[in-house]
Design a protein around this ligand. Sequence first.
Ligand SMILES: [Zn+2]
Length: 59
Amino acid sequence: MDHRLLDIIACPICHGKLIYDKQNLELICKFDHLAYPVRNNIPVLLREEARELPLDEEK
Ligand SMILES: [Zn+2]
């Protein structure tokens, strides 16, 4: 994924910065403990599509 994109995208819920997880192809919001999927290099920043992260998976 284009890293410049990371500078401009933010969590749709808290508008915080997202962390790109290359291994899982997810964008992680530490604040909401949500992981947004990246499909075909396109971040899907939808609450309905996000996966809830267990607290011990926090990075
Ligand atoms: Zn958030």
